[in-house]
Write a protein that binds this ligand. Structure first.
Ligand code: UD1
Length: 418
Protein backbone atom coordinates (compact mmCIF):
# COMPACT_ATOMS: atom_id res chain seq x y z
CA UNK A 1 0.00 0.00 0.00
CA UNK A 2 1.28 3.47 -0.88
CA UNK A 3 2.36 5.77 1.94
CA UNK A 4 3.17 9.45 2.31
CA UNK A 5 6.43 10.57 3.88
CA UNK A 6 6.21 14.06 5.37
CA UNK A 7 8.98 16.15 6.94
CA UNK A 8 7.38 18.77 9.14
CA UNK A 9 8.21 22.38 9.88
CA UNK A 10 7.85 24.12 6.51
CA UNK A 11 5.37 27.02 6.29
CA UNK A 12 3.11 26.86 3.22
CA UNK A 13 3.41 29.82 0.90
CA UNK A 14 2.07 30.76 -2.51
CA UNK A 15 -1.07 30.22 -4.56
CA UNK A 16 -3.20 27.13 -4.99
CA UNK A 17 -6.10 26.53 -7.36
CA UNK A 18 -9.07 24.79 -5.77
CA UNK A 19 -10.54 21.85 -7.69
CA UNK A 20 -14.16 20.98 -8.44
CA UNK A 21 -16.20 19.58 -5.56
CA UNK A 22 -16.22 15.82 -5.05
CA UNK A 23 -19.65 15.94 -3.43
CA UNK A 24 -21.07 17.87 -6.41
CA UNK A 25 -19.54 15.93 -9.23
CA UNK A 26 -20.68 12.54 -7.91
CA UNK A 27 -24.45 13.33 -7.94
CA UNK A 28 -24.08 15.27 -11.21
CA UNK A 29 -22.43 12.25 -12.86
CA UNK A 30 -25.35 10.15 -11.58
CA UNK A 31 -27.81 12.73 -12.98
CA UNK A 32 -26.51 11.95 -16.49
CA UNK A 33 -28.55 8.72 -16.19
CA UNK A 34 -31.74 10.80 -16.38
CA UNK A 35 -31.48 11.66 -20.08
CA UNK A 36 -30.64 10.02 -23.42
CA UNK A 37 -28.76 13.14 -24.50
CA UNK A 38 -25.13 14.17 -23.86
CA UNK A 39 -24.35 15.55 -20.41
CA UNK A 40 -21.06 17.46 -20.49
CA UNK A 41 -19.47 18.18 -17.12
CA UNK A 42 -16.58 20.61 -16.54
CA UNK A 43 -14.32 21.43 -13.56
CA UNK A 44 -14.27 17.68 -12.82
CA UNK A 45 -11.62 16.88 -10.20
CA UNK A 46 -9.27 13.99 -10.92
CA UNK A 47 -10.22 11.79 -7.95
CA UNK A 48 -10.53 8.08 -7.30
CA UNK A 49 -14.25 8.49 -6.49
CA UNK A 50 -14.77 10.09 -9.91
CA UNK A 51 -12.94 7.19 -11.60
CA UNK A 52 -15.11 4.72 -9.65
CA UNK A 53 -18.34 6.50 -10.69
CA UNK A 54 -17.22 6.68 -14.32
CA UNK A 55 -16.41 2.93 -14.27
CA UNK A 56 -19.82 2.25 -12.77
CA UNK A 57 -21.59 4.25 -15.50
CA UNK A 58 -19.61 2.63 -18.33
CA UNK A 59 -20.14 -0.87 -16.90
CA UNK A 60 -23.85 -0.10 -17.07
CA UNK A 61 -23.39 0.69 -20.76
CA UNK A 62 -23.11 4.48 -20.85
CA UNK A 63 -20.78 5.95 -23.48
CA UNK A 64 -18.22 8.32 -22.14
CA UNK A 65 -15.38 10.53 -23.32
CA UNK A 66 -12.97 12.72 -21.37
CA UNK A 67 -10.93 15.53 -22.92
CA UNK A 68 -7.51 16.73 -21.78
CA UNK A 69 -9.12 19.33 -19.48
CA UNK A 70 -11.08 16.59 -17.68
CA UNK A 71 -14.35 17.69 -19.32
CA UNK A 72 -16.46 14.55 -19.17
CA UNK A 73 -19.17 13.80 -21.74
CA UNK A 74 -21.64 11.04 -20.83
CA UNK A 75 -24.47 9.58 -22.84
CA UNK A 76 -26.79 7.15 -21.08
CA UNK A 77 -28.90 6.20 -24.13
CA UNK A 78 -26.97 2.95 -24.50
CA UNK A 79 -27.43 1.79 -20.87
CA UNK A 80 -28.18 -1.95 -20.86
CA UNK A 81 -27.49 -2.93 -17.24
CA UNK A 82 -29.25 -1.37 -14.25
CA UNK A 83 -26.91 -2.88 -11.72
CA UNK A 84 -24.40 -1.44 -9.20
CA UNK A 85 -22.33 -4.35 -7.81
CA UNK A 86 -21.08 -4.68 -4.23
CA UNK A 87 -17.43 -4.49 -5.37
CA UNK A 88 -18.00 -0.89 -6.48
CA UNK A 89 -20.43 0.28 -3.81
CA UNK A 90 -18.19 -0.97 -0.98
CA UNK A 91 -15.33 1.29 -2.16
CA UNK A 92 -17.61 4.30 -2.56
CA UNK A 93 -20.87 4.72 -0.66
CA UNK A 94 -21.95 7.53 -3.00
CA UNK A 95 -22.67 4.81 -5.63
CA UNK A 96 -26.12 4.76 -3.97
CA UNK A 97 -26.74 7.96 -5.98
CA UNK A 98 -27.52 5.90 -9.10
CA UNK A 99 -30.61 4.41 -7.42
CA UNK A 100 -32.98 7.38 -7.88
CA UNK A 101 -31.99 8.20 -11.49
CA UNK A 102 -32.09 4.55 -12.65
CA UNK A 103 -35.54 4.05 -11.18
CA UNK A 104 -36.86 7.32 -12.56
CA UNK A 105 -35.54 6.86 -16.10
CA UNK A 106 -35.43 3.08 -16.62
CA UNK A 107 -38.03 1.84 -14.13
CA UNK A 108 -35.76 -0.50 -12.22
CA UNK A 109 -32.42 -0.83 -10.44
CA UNK A 110 -30.37 -3.29 -8.45
CA UNK A 111 -27.89 -1.51 -6.20
CA UNK A 112 -25.78 -3.07 -3.47
CA UNK A 113 -26.46 -1.95 0.08
CA UNK A 114 -23.37 0.03 1.15
CA UNK A 115 -22.91 -1.59 4.59
CA UNK A 116 -20.91 0.02 7.38
CA UNK A 117 -17.82 2.15 7.05
CA UNK A 118 -15.07 3.54 9.23
CA UNK A 119 -17.15 6.50 10.40
CA UNK A 120 -20.27 4.64 11.50
CA UNK A 121 -23.17 2.52 10.31
CA UNK A 122 -24.39 5.07 7.70
CA UNK A 123 -27.71 3.48 6.72
CA UNK A 124 -29.67 4.31 3.52
CA UNK A 125 -33.13 3.61 4.97
CA UNK A 126 -34.27 7.17 4.25
CA UNK A 127 -33.40 6.85 0.54
CA UNK A 128 -35.42 3.61 0.39
CA UNK A 129 -38.41 4.94 2.36
CA UNK A 130 -38.53 8.08 0.20
CA UNK A 131 -38.55 6.10 -3.04
CA UNK A 132 -41.20 3.75 -1.62
CA UNK A 133 -43.38 6.79 -0.85
CA UNK A 134 -43.04 7.64 -4.55
CA UNK A 135 -44.53 4.27 -5.49
CA UNK A 136 -41.39 2.17 -5.96
CA UNK A 137 -41.52 -1.48 -5.04
CA UNK A 138 -38.30 -2.10 -3.13
CA UNK A 139 -37.01 -5.31 -1.61
CA UNK A 140 -33.68 -6.03 -0.03
CA UNK A 141 -32.45 -9.37 -1.37
CA UNK A 142 -29.02 -10.90 -0.63
CA UNK A 143 -27.52 -7.53 0.29
CA UNK A 144 -28.97 -5.75 -2.74
CA UNK A 145 -31.67 -3.09 -3.04
CA UNK A 146 -33.94 -4.41 -5.79
CA UNK A 147 -36.26 -1.62 -6.92
CA UNK A 148 -38.99 -1.40 -9.55
CA UNK A 149 -41.41 1.33 -10.53
CA UNK A 150 -43.28 1.58 -13.83
CA UNK A 151 -43.67 5.29 -13.18
CA UNK A 152 -42.71 7.09 -10.00
CA UNK A 153 -45.28 9.52 -8.65
CA UNK A 154 -44.70 12.70 -6.71
CA UNK A 155 -44.98 12.46 -2.91
CA UNK A 156 -44.50 14.44 0.29
CA UNK A 157 -41.32 13.25 1.98
CA UNK A 158 -40.41 14.43 5.45
CA UNK A 159 -36.89 13.34 6.36
CA UNK A 160 -36.50 12.77 10.12
CA UNK A 161 -32.76 13.51 9.65
CA UNK A 162 -31.41 15.80 6.95
CA UNK A 163 -29.50 13.56 4.56
CA UNK A 164 -27.36 14.92 1.72
CA UNK A 165 -27.29 11.98 -0.71
CA UNK A 166 -30.83 11.02 0.39
CA UNK A 167 -32.10 14.47 -0.65
CA UNK A 168 -30.18 14.17 -3.94
CA UNK A 169 -31.61 10.71 -4.70
CA UNK A 170 -35.18 11.89 -4.11
CA UNK A 171 -34.59 15.07 -6.15
CA UNK A 172 -33.31 12.99 -9.08
CA UNK A 173 -36.26 10.61 -8.75
CA UNK A 174 -38.75 13.49 -8.50
CA UNK A 175 -37.68 15.28 -11.67
CA UNK A 176 -39.12 12.52 -13.88
CA UNK A 177 -42.03 11.47 -11.60
CA UNK A 178 -45.64 12.37 -12.32
CA UNK A 179 -46.82 15.35 -10.28
CA UNK A 180 -45.26 17.19 -7.40
CA UNK A 181 -42.65 15.99 -4.90
CA UNK A 182 -42.05 17.98 -1.73
CA UNK A 183 -38.99 17.21 0.39
CA UNK A 184 -39.20 18.55 3.95
CA UNK A 185 -36.15 18.81 6.20
CA UNK A 186 -34.09 18.61 3.01
CA UNK A 187 -30.32 18.97 3.25
CA UNK A 188 -29.19 22.54 2.47
CA UNK A 189 -25.59 21.90 1.41
CA UNK A 190 -24.22 23.98 -1.53
CA UNK A 191 -23.78 20.70 -3.44
CA UNK A 192 -27.59 20.24 -3.36
CA UNK A 193 -27.97 23.65 -5.05
CA UNK A 194 -25.29 22.68 -7.56
CA UNK A 195 -27.14 19.50 -8.49
CA UNK A 196 -30.42 21.43 -8.74
CA UNK A 197 -28.75 24.03 -11.02
CA UNK A 198 -27.53 21.25 -13.30
CA UNK A 199 -30.94 19.51 -13.30
CA UNK A 200 -32.66 22.82 -14.13
CA UNK A 201 -30.34 23.21 -17.16
CA UNK A 202 -31.53 19.74 -18.19
CA UNK A 203 -35.14 21.00 -18.05
CA UNK A 204 -36.14 19.99 -14.51
CA UNK A 205 -38.53 22.11 -12.44
CA UNK A 206 -37.08 22.48 -8.94
CA UNK A 207 -37.66 25.17 -6.33
CA UNK A 208 -36.39 25.81 -2.82
CA UNK A 209 -32.98 24.08 -3.05
CA UNK A 210 -30.72 25.54 -0.39
CA UNK A 211 -33.69 25.80 1.99
CA UNK A 212 -35.24 23.00 4.06
CA UNK A 213 -38.21 22.57 1.70
CA UNK A 214 -37.56 21.54 -1.91
CA UNK A 215 -40.41 21.30 -4.39
CA UNK A 216 -40.08 19.38 -7.64
CA UNK A 217 -42.63 19.34 -10.44
CA UNK A 218 -42.02 16.24 -12.55
CA UNK A 219 -41.46 16.61 -16.32
CA UNK A 220 -41.72 14.00 -19.12
CA UNK A 221 -38.12 14.11 -20.36
CA UNK A 222 -34.86 15.79 -19.57
CA UNK A 223 -32.34 17.02 -22.12
CA UNK A 224 -28.54 17.15 -22.18
CA UNK A 225 -26.52 20.04 -20.76
CA UNK A 226 -23.06 21.50 -20.31
CA UNK A 227 -22.31 22.26 -16.66
CA UNK A 228 -19.26 23.19 -14.56
CA UNK A 229 -19.25 21.88 -11.01
CA UNK A 230 -18.83 24.08 -7.95
CA UNK A 231 -15.40 24.48 -6.29
CA UNK A 232 -14.73 22.10 -3.41
CA UNK A 233 -15.42 23.80 -0.07
CA UNK A 234 -13.82 21.00 1.95
CA UNK A 235 -10.61 21.14 -0.10
CA UNK A 236 -10.67 24.94 0.34
CA UNK A 237 -11.10 24.65 4.09
CA UNK A 238 -8.40 21.97 4.35
CA UNK A 239 -5.87 24.27 2.59
CA UNK A 240 -6.85 27.11 4.95
CA UNK A 241 -6.08 24.86 7.91
CA UNK A 242 -2.83 23.78 6.22
CA UNK A 243 -1.77 27.43 6.09
CA UNK A 244 -2.92 27.98 9.68
CA UNK A 245 -1.15 24.94 11.13
CA UNK A 246 2.18 25.70 9.37
CA UNK A 247 2.09 29.48 10.01
CA UNK A 248 1.89 30.09 6.29
CA UNK A 249 0.71 32.66 3.78
CA UNK A 250 -1.56 31.19 1.11
CA UNK A 251 -3.87 32.46 -1.59
CA UNK A 252 -6.58 30.06 -2.67
CA UNK A 253 -8.04 30.76 -6.11
CA UNK A 254 -11.13 29.57 -8.04
CA UNK A 255 -13.05 28.88 -4.84
CA UNK A 256 -16.41 29.98 -3.37
CA UNK A 257 -15.76 31.77 -0.06
CA UNK A 258 -19.52 32.09 0.58
CA UNK A 259 -19.76 28.31 1.04
CA UNK A 260 -17.31 28.22 3.99
CA UNK A 261 -18.27 31.26 6.06
CA UNK A 262 -18.36 29.19 9.24
CA UNK A 263 -14.79 27.94 8.66
CA UNK A 264 -13.47 31.43 7.88
CA UNK A 265 -15.10 32.74 11.07
CA UNK A 266 -13.58 29.94 13.19
CA UNK A 267 -10.11 30.58 11.78
CA UNK A 268 -10.46 34.33 12.35
CA UNK A 269 -11.55 33.62 15.92
CA UNK A 270 -8.45 31.46 16.34
CA UNK A 271 -6.36 34.48 15.29
CA UNK A 272 -5.73 33.95 11.55
CA UNK A 273 -5.70 36.93 9.17
CA UNK A 274 -8.07 36.18 6.31
CA UNK A 275 -8.99 38.39 3.36
CA UNK A 276 -11.65 37.44 0.83
CA UNK A 277 -11.80 38.94 -2.65
CA UNK A 278 -14.26 37.55 -5.21
CA UNK A 279 -13.34 33.87 -5.63
CA UNK A 280 -9.97 34.16 -3.86
CA UNK A 281 -9.08 33.79 -0.20
CA UNK A 282 -5.80 34.87 1.36
CA UNK A 283 -4.76 33.55 4.76
CA UNK A 284 -1.74 34.70 6.77
CA UNK A 285 -0.75 33.25 10.10
CA UNK A 286 2.41 34.23 11.94
CA UNK A 287 1.71 33.17 15.52
CA UNK A 288 0.38 30.25 17.52
CA UNK A 289 -3.40 30.24 17.16
CA UNK A 290 -6.00 29.94 19.92
CA UNK A 291 -7.90 26.65 20.08
CA UNK A 292 -11.58 26.90 19.07
CA UNK A 293 -14.63 24.93 20.19
CA UNK A 294 -16.61 23.15 17.47
CA UNK A 295 -19.94 21.38 17.11
CA UNK A 296 -20.49 19.66 13.75
CA UNK A 297 -23.94 19.85 12.21
CA UNK A 298 -25.53 19.96 8.73
CA UNK A 299 -24.92 23.03 6.52
CA UNK A 300 -24.74 25.96 7.16
CA UNK A 301 -23.21 24.84 10.48
CA UNK A 302 -19.70 23.47 10.91
CA UNK A 303 -19.16 20.53 8.48
CA UNK A 304 -18.35 17.09 9.84
CA UNK A 305 -15.95 16.76 6.88
CA UNK A 306 -13.69 19.41 8.56
CA UNK A 307 -13.80 18.03 12.11
CA UNK A 308 -10.64 15.89 11.83
CA UNK A 309 -8.58 18.72 10.32
CA UNK A 310 -9.61 21.15 13.09
CA UNK A 311 -8.75 18.58 15.77
CA UNK A 312 -5.23 18.46 14.27
CA UNK A 313 -5.08 22.29 14.37
CA UNK A 314 -6.47 22.51 17.92
CA UNK A 315 -3.98 19.94 19.13
CA UNK A 316 -1.10 22.42 18.67
CA UNK A 317 -3.05 25.61 19.36
CA UNK A 318 -3.11 27.57 22.61
CA UNK A 319 -5.53 26.36 25.28
CA UNK A 320 -8.15 23.70 25.77
CA UNK A 321 -10.96 23.02 23.29
CA UNK A 322 -14.01 20.84 22.90
CA UNK A 323 -15.07 19.28 19.58
CA UNK A 324 -18.50 17.66 19.40
CA UNK A 325 -19.30 15.35 16.46
CA UNK A 326 -23.08 15.42 15.97
CA UNK A 327 -23.43 13.96 12.46
CA UNK A 328 -21.66 10.58 12.52
CA UNK A 329 -21.40 8.18 15.43
CA UNK A 330 -17.80 7.02 15.09
CA UNK A 331 -15.76 9.73 13.49
CA UNK A 332 -12.78 10.04 15.83
CA UNK A 333 -10.54 7.33 14.36
CA UNK A 334 -7.82 9.93 13.67
CA UNK A 335 -7.59 10.88 17.35
CA UNK A 336 -5.54 7.88 18.49
CA UNK A 337 -3.14 8.47 15.61
CA UNK A 338 -2.74 12.15 16.59
CA UNK A 339 -2.12 11.03 20.17
CA UNK A 340 0.73 8.85 18.87
CA UNK A 341 2.22 12.06 17.46
CA UNK A 342 2.10 13.69 20.91
CA UNK A 343 -1.37 15.28 20.91
CA UNK A 344 -3.28 15.42 24.20
CA UNK A 345 -6.85 14.41 23.33
CA UNK A 346 -9.50 12.57 25.33
CA UNK A 347 -12.66 11.13 23.84
CA UNK A 348 -15.87 10.99 25.77
CA UNK A 349 -18.76 9.69 23.65
CA UNK A 350 -19.15 12.10 20.74
CA UNK A 351 -16.92 14.75 22.35
CA UNK A 352 -13.18 15.24 22.06
CA UNK A 353 -11.39 17.34 24.67
CA UNK A 354 -8.12 18.68 23.31
CA UNK A 355 -5.35 20.30 25.35
CA UNK A 356 -2.98 22.18 23.07
CA UNK A 357 0.61 20.89 23.25
CA UNK A 358 3.82 22.77 22.38
CA UNK A 359 4.77 20.46 19.55
CA UNK A 360 3.84 17.26 17.72
CA UNK A 361 6.46 14.72 16.77
CA UNK A 362 6.63 12.65 13.59
CA UNK A 363 5.47 9.02 13.77
CA UNK A 364 4.18 6.26 11.53
CA UNK A 365 0.37 6.64 11.45
CA UNK A 366 -2.55 4.98 9.71
CA UNK A 367 -5.26 6.77 7.71
CA UNK A 368 -8.71 5.32 8.37
CA UNK A 369 -10.92 7.44 6.14
CA UNK A 370 -10.75 10.35 3.73
CA UNK A 371 -10.85 13.31 6.12
CA UNK A 372 -8.85 11.47 8.81
CA UNK A 373 -6.03 11.16 6.23
CA UNK A 374 -6.15 14.91 5.68
CA UNK A 375 -5.81 15.57 9.41
CA UNK A 376 -2.76 13.29 9.65
CA UNK A 377 -1.08 15.04 6.71
CA UNK A 378 -1.73 18.40 8.40
CA UNK A 379 -0.28 17.11 11.67
CA UNK A 380 2.72 15.70 9.79
CA UNK A 381 3.41 19.10 8.20
CA UNK A 382 3.78 20.76 11.60
CA UNK A 383 5.38 17.86 13.50
CA UNK A 384 9.06 17.72 14.36
CA UNK A 385 10.75 15.03 12.28
CA UNK A 386 9.25 12.57 9.80
CA UNK A 387 5.71 11.23 9.63
CA UNK A 388 4.71 8.29 7.46
CA UNK A 389 0.98 8.13 6.69
CA UNK A 390 -0.09 4.61 5.69
CA UNK A 391 -3.22 3.59 3.72
CA UNK A 392 -3.06 6.80 1.74
CA UNK A 393 -5.52 5.49 -0.87
CA UNK A 394 -8.23 7.16 1.25
CA UNK A 395 -6.85 10.63 0.45
CA UNK A 396 -6.91 9.96 -3.31
CA UNK A 397 -10.68 9.44 -3.09
CA UNK A 398 -11.27 13.11 -2.31
CA UNK A 399 -8.23 15.39 -2.73
CA UNK A 400 -6.90 16.08 -6.24
CA UNK A 401 -3.09 15.83 -6.52
CA UNK A 402 -2.67 16.53 -2.83
CA UNK A 403 1.07 16.01 -2.61
CA UNK A 404 1.77 17.93 -5.85
CA UNK A 405 -0.27 20.88 -4.59
CA UNK A 406 1.36 20.85 -1.15
CA UNK A 407 4.88 20.40 -2.54
CA UNK A 408 4.39 23.40 -4.81
CA UNK A 409 3.52 25.42 -1.71
CA UNK A 410 6.75 24.42 0.05
CA UNK A 411 5.79 21.29 1.99
CA UNK A 412 8.15 18.34 2.09
CA UNK A 413 5.88 15.44 1.17
CA UNK A 414 6.65 12.39 -0.93
CA UNK A 415 4.67 9.33 -2.02
CA UNK A 416 6.43 6.09 -1.21
CA UNK A 417 5.65 3.20 -3.55
CA UNK A 418 3.92 0.06 -2.24
C1 UD1 B 1 -22.68 13.27 2.57
C2 UD1 B 1 -21.30 13.58 2.04
C3 UD1 B 1 -20.25 13.37 3.11
C4 UD1 B 1 -20.60 14.14 4.38
C5 UD1 B 1 -22.05 13.86 4.82
C6 UD1 B 1 -22.50 14.74 5.95
C7 UD1 B 1 -21.52 13.06 -0.33
C8 UD1 B 1 -21.17 12.17 -1.46
N1 UD1 B 1 -21.05 12.73 0.89
O1 UD1 B 1 -22.71 11.90 2.92
O2 UD1 B 1 -18.98 13.83 2.61
O3 UD1 B 1 -19.74 13.74 5.43
O4 UD1 B 1 -22.95 14.08 3.71
O5 UD1 B 1 -22.35 16.07 5.64
O6 UD1 B 1 -22.18 14.07 -0.51
N2 UD1 B 1 -28.78 8.81 7.72
C9 UD1 B 1 -29.72 7.88 8.11
N3 UD1 B 1 -30.43 7.21 7.13
C10 UD1 B 1 -30.23 7.45 5.80
C11 UD1 B 1 -29.28 8.41 5.42
C12 UD1 B 1 -28.56 9.09 6.40
O7 UD1 B 1 -29.91 7.62 9.29
O8 UD1 B 1 -30.90 6.83 4.97
C13 UD1 B 1 -27.99 9.54 8.75
C14 UD1 B 1 -26.49 9.22 8.70
O9 UD1 B 1 -26.18 8.03 9.39
C15 UD1 B 1 -25.87 10.46 9.31
C16 UD1 B 1 -26.83 11.57 8.85
O10 UD1 B 1 -28.03 10.93 8.46
O11 UD1 B 1 -25.90 10.36 10.71
C17 UD1 B 1 -26.31 12.42 7.71
O12 UD1 B 1 -25.81 11.58 6.69
P1 UD1 B 1 -25.92 11.94 5.15
O13 UD1 B 1 -26.18 13.40 4.99
O14 UD1 B 1 -26.87 11.01 4.49
O15 UD1 B 1 -24.45 11.60 4.61
P2 UD1 B 1 -24.11 11.16 3.14
O16 UD1 B 1 -25.12 11.71 2.20
O17 UD1 B 1 -23.82 9.70 3.11
Amino acid sequence: MEKLLISGGKPLEGEVRISGAKNSVLPILAASLLTNEDVIIGNVPHLQDVTTTISLLTEMGATLSIDEKMKVCINAASIDSLYAPYEMVKTMRASILVLGPLLAHFGEAKVSLPGGCAIGSRPVNLHIEGLRAMGANIKVVDGYIVAKAKKLRGAKINFPTATVTGTENIMMAGVLATGKTVIKNAAKEPEIIDLANCLRLMGAKIDGDGSSVITIEGVKNLKGCNYDVLPDRIETATFLVAAAITNGDLTLTHTRPDTIKVIINKLKKAGANIAVKNDNINIKVNKKLDAVNIVTNPYPDFPTDMQAQFIALNSISRGKSKVVESVFENRFMHVQELVRMGADIEINGNTAIIKGVKKLTGAPVMATDLRASASLILAGMVAEGETIVDRIYHIDRGYECIEEKLTKLGASIKRLPQ
